[in-house]
Design a protein around this ligand. Structure first.
Ligand SMILES: Cc1cc2nc3c(=O)[nH]c(=O)nc-3n(C[C@H](O)[C@H](O)[C@H](O)COP(=O)(O)OP(=O)(O)OC[C@H]3O[C@@H](n4cnc5c(N)ncnc54)[C@H](O)[C@@H]3O)c2cc1C
Length: 369
């Protein structure tokens, strides 16, 4: 089957790219390896900037995709050394159930949605892409298109195949495993704030939240490090600081995050094959990536639309259009003044106490590690 554009990955980045290309009359296939709705281990906190991007392209987020409580006001940062800071969003955002939101975005993007269809290989020429895909036990098939937007997430197959050297040097070493554990329990915590914990001893940033009657604890770990150790430290800190008590069976969800942005590395693809979202390395220092995925998916699609019919490949325009966004991300990591990602860090940045200076130093070490 021949398409104008193939989009791989039905997360926010891929759905946004597919929607924007369909809106311009392109024939698009959205290729997703899992059956939809699929689980995506995620806090599901959608900043107001991300919510505005969704609303502009798809309309308001339907109530069926929202979690309880559905309003989020920002993040509370608890530092293991004692600091406690409120980092608000400029206005309230939303708490969503990722499986439902992503399925809704895929169903409304207007593309041919090929779920349960995994991209296993890619041949990319100047204006031609051939994707080799498999569906379960069936034989490998080929999908062809003029353009590709690969938004296939933290462990992007497209990045590995299109830029093997870059992948080996920058992406693979920065791939971080995450374990999200969801349990019933009690905690003295306003659920409209998502929690970020800055752990001592190289533990880095851990995340926690209360939604839909469950407590979620997410810890990062390298391939060689046991996640349980990080989870025990986080739970001990929350027992002490927020009266955490866990009950009943826990649900575990393993995932990965691509932290190559912490080293200042991004890859936007090449030629007619563009990378968006976490596949490109777009993840903010707190580990939030929904807004960046939506924004880059939209810019990738617009770059293809604007260069269609021209002799230059869309990658040139995409790089140019993404420059401001990438510079802003890098500047925020460096300067650490008013905002980092979508969060207002002025309470932390403005605190002159010795403890706050120590917390800022620990965060910067984490951002650049
Ligand atoms: C524990 C945790 C909590 C988080 N909490 C938040 C949060 O609260 N707010 C926030 O903004 N961000 C959060 N993030 C980050 C956020 O989940 C990601 O940055 C975001 O989902 C990236 O979107 P994406 O579209 O780039 O990729 P994804 O959403 O990861 O989607 C990629 C898709 O590609 C598919 N795919 C992969 N390989 C192939 C293939 N070979 N062929 C076809 N399809 C393929 C995958 O199945 C997946 O559906 C969290 C991450 C983790 C791990």
């Amino acid at each position: 089957m021949y398409y104008d554009a193939l989009v791989t990955g039905a997360g926010p980045g891929g759905c946004m790219a597919a929607r924007s290309l369909r809106g311009a009359g392109f024939k698009v296939a959205l290729v997703e390896k899992e059956r939809l709705p699929r689980e995506k281990p995620c806090g599901g906190f959608v900043s107001p900037q991300a919510a505005a991007l969704i609303e502009e392209a798809f309309g308001p987020i339907p109530p069926s995709c929202l979690a309880q409580p559905h309003t989020v006001v920002g993040a509370r940062l608890l530092c293991e050394g004692g600091g406690d800071y409120e980092l608000p969003f400029p206005e309230p955002g939303f708490s969503v159930v990722r499986s439902r939101l992503d399925a809704h975005l895929a169903a409304s993007c207007g593309a041919d949605v090929l779920d349960g269809c995994e991209v296993v290989d890619l041949d990319v020429e100047r204006f031609h892409v051939r994707a080799h895909v498999t569906r379960g036990e069936e034989e490998e098939e080929e999908l062809e298109a003029t353009y590709l937007v690969a938004a296939d997430g933290a462990e992007s197959v497209a990045l590995r195949l299109l830029r093997p050297e870059f992948h080996r040097l920058y992406a693979a070493p920065r791939l971080e495993r995450t374990m999200l554990v969801l349990s019933e329990g009690d905690m003295e915590w306003d659920p409209r704030w998502t929690g970020i914990a800055l752990m001592r001893g190289g533990g880095g940033i851990a995340r926690f939240f209360v939604k839909d009657g469950l407590i979620g604890l997410a810890v990062n770990h390298g391939p060689e490090k046991e996640w349980r150790e990080g989870l025990d430290s986080l739970a001990a800190m929350l027992r002490h600081r927020a009266g955490l008590r866990l009950r009943g069976e826990a649900i575990r969800r393993a995932s990965a995050s691509n932290r190559m942005a912490a080293g200042g590395h991004y890859s936007l693809g090449a030629g007619c094959a563009l990378l968006a979202g976490e596949a490109a390395g777009l993840l903010d220092p707190w580990g939030f990536g929904i807004r960046l995925a939506l924004e880059s998916g939209r810019v990738a699609a617009e770059s293809i639309r604007e260069s269609a019919g021209e002799r230059i490949t869309p990658h040139i325009r995409y790089r140019y259009r993404m420059q401001d966004l990438l510079e802003r991300e890098l500047r925020q990591r460096r300067d650490f003044t008013a905002g980092v990602g979508d969060l207002d860090v002025s309470s932390l940045a403005g605190d002159r106490s010795r403890a706050a200076r120590r917390d800022r130093r620990a965060l910067k070490r984490r951002f650049y590690k």
